[in-house]
Ligand binder design. Structure first.
Ligand code: AMP
Length: 360
């Protein structure tokens, strides 16, 4: 599209699919750049609703609502990857969708994602498709336990996966993930997990943030620390991996790449075609954070640089952690971000804090 190379004029409306905390923070960044956002979410009163220009509450298959939404925005982006393919195809026929539909398709299916990464020459865990207990038994002859069985689609935050030790019953493992089409992954013996948040602009320019080190608890991100424990070559490797993925997809926007650090080098776990929880530290560490970077990219503005100016520890406030709010509000060098969620539930991300320290 020719107009796609043009900067979106101030006052333009950016459509966002999904209205959670990521859309909320994208909306704030968009408004700082003079844009307005229109959020589409099936759930009423989404967190982004407090800060965006318009909200459409409708189902993903409500074609007339999608038509009106598409007609009201200049460009469409999304805050999560599990948008139904038919919805995306419908919208992509009407508006520029950034990042591209292909990026989303690749990341929606763990098997396609792993094959895409492998075909790019990147290192992943060994993997095989599994469509039932007999497949799994056979796959375990090649990929020995310990291993992880993951559903191909709709898994997140450690959901839809089961670990397999030697001698475990394939039938029970498949049942544990609802007998859904799956992928068996060999267990990667990593020392720690890191992620790179990187962006690619409409002009093809790439900018990466410093890799962050991630700590998960119960499959949910608990903390990201920058700088990560990485050697200089590992650090540039991480950035090169992200750049290769961005270029291969002709990607526009921010992408998160999760990596395992092993003595043999970096192993790619998965990609997220959107702003990412492990990039929240950029709000306190960089002049241009991941949310502004994403808006800049999809609006055709020049990208900001990814330079980090301080050390940061990002901690998620999950479920009952929110009771610590008075305490964290009193901490020096700590900024607090709340998502406006009224109901506290175990495992629900309620907000996060960024603690800064002078760069070492
Ligand atoms: P995922 O949903 O794929 O991000 O997996 C959630 C978490 O499970 C990761 O952050 C890792 O801690 C762990 N994990 C996933 N896949 C593997 C693997 N192949 N080997 C070892 N640990 C893994």
């Amino acid at each position: 599209m020719t107009e796609a190379r043009v900067m979106l004029p101030p006052g333009s409306v950016i459509g966002i699919l999904g209205g959670g905390q990521l859309a909320r923070m994208l909306s704030v960044a968009a408004s700082r750049l003079g844009y307005r956002t229109h959020v589409f979410d099936p759930a009423p009163a989404p967190p982004a609703g407090d800060v965006c220009f318009r909200v459409t509450t409708a189902e993903w298959d409500d074609l007339s609502a999608l038509e009106r939404f598409a007609g009201s925005v200049a460009v469409i982006t999304f805050e999560f990857e599990n948008i139904p393919p038919d919805t995306l195809a419908f919208l992509a026929a009407r508006d520029a969708v950034r990042p591209c539909v292909r990026a989303l398709q690749v990341s929606q299916d763990r098997l396609d994602e792993k094959a895409f990464l492998r075909d790019l020459g990147l290192v992943t865990a060994p993997f095989l498709p599994v469509n039932g207990p007999s497949d799994l038994a056979e796959a375990l002859n090649g990929i020995k336990a310990p291993a992880i069985l993951k559903t191909r689609r709709l898994g997140y935050d450690g959901k839809g996966q089961v670990r397999l030790a030697e001698g475990d019953d394939p039938r029970a493992a498949c049942a544990a993930i609802g007998n859904a089409p799956a992928i068996l992954e060999g267990f990667v013996d990593f020392s720690h997990e890191v992620s790179v948040i990187a962006a690619r602009g409409l002009d093809g320019a790439v900018a990466a943030f410093d890799p962050g080190q991630n700590l998960h608890e119960g499959g949910i991100l608990r903390q990201t620390t920058v700088p990560a424990q990485l050697s200089a070559p590992q650090r540039s490797d991480a950035v090169l991996i992200a750049a290769r993925i961005l270029n291969a997809l002709d990607y526009v926007g921010v992408l998160g790449v999760e990596l395992f650090v092993t003595p043999q080098g970096l192993v790619v776990n998965e990609i997220a075609p959107r702003v990412h929880n492990s990039g929240h530290w950029t709000q306190a560490g960089c002049a241009v954070d991941q949310f502004e970077q994403h808006i800049r990219a999809i609006a055709g503005l020049p990208l900001g640089d990814g330079n980090r100016h301080v050390d940061v520890e990002m901690e998620n406030l999950i479920g009952g952690d929110i009771a610590r709010l008075p305490e964290v509000l009193g901490e020096r060098g700590t900024s607090v971000h709340l998502y406006g969620k009224a109901e506290v539930r175990p495992g629900r991300k309620m907000g996060h804090v960024n603690r800064i320290r002078p760069a070492r």
